[in-house]
Design a protein around this ligand. Sequence first.
Ligand SMILES: O=c1ccn([C@H]2C[C@H](O)[C@@H](COP(=O)(O)OP(=O)(O)OP(=O)(O)O)O2)c(=O)[nH]1
Ligand SMILES: [Mg+2]
Length: 150
Amino acid sequence: MPEDLVIAVQQLDPDLPLPAYAHPGDAGADLVAGVDVALAPGERALIPTGIAIALPEGYVALVHPRSGLAARHGLSIVNTPGTVDAGYRGEIKVLLINHDPVEAITLRRGDRIAQLVVQRVERARFEPVTALPESVRGSGGYGSTGGFQS
Ligand SMILES: O=c1ccn([C@H]2C[C@H](O)[C@@H](COP(=O)(O)OP(=O)(O)OP(=O)(O)O)O2)c(=O)[nH]1
Ligand SMILES: [Mg+2]
């Protein structure tokens, strides 16, 4: 097993847990809501998680929705996946949205609302050119290979 990457976490709200993996091998560490929330159908809200982190340079943390909450309640994240930059030292927040057309969603402080995926990331230098190298796909996109059968 590779060694864990150690990430410093500041607990802005000491009663809330650190991000935690539910199982060995999980990619996402669960984040909890720092407050009670009620979301009407279609409503969104920026929810604090009670933590701030210091990612090492060369890493990013992505805030992903939890699939169970999405499937059962229509709960997702507006800007999914949210991007936590390595230099960010503020509180991690989650921009939740209730996609259910009729049911409100009620969440309690401490409920697991999202998951944080830590990844290595490249820093690019964007270099202007007059022509790009050719590729098999070329400029085809947005359904150029077809869609559903129906
Ligand atoms: O789901 C998210 C997304 C972002 N952030 C924090 C960390 C990130 O480093 C910072 C800025 O995010 P982003 O770059 O996506 O937002 P922006 O609208 O471009 O703001 P800025 O101008 O501050 O970069 O906000 C979160 O806490 N949760
Ligand atoms: Mg930005």
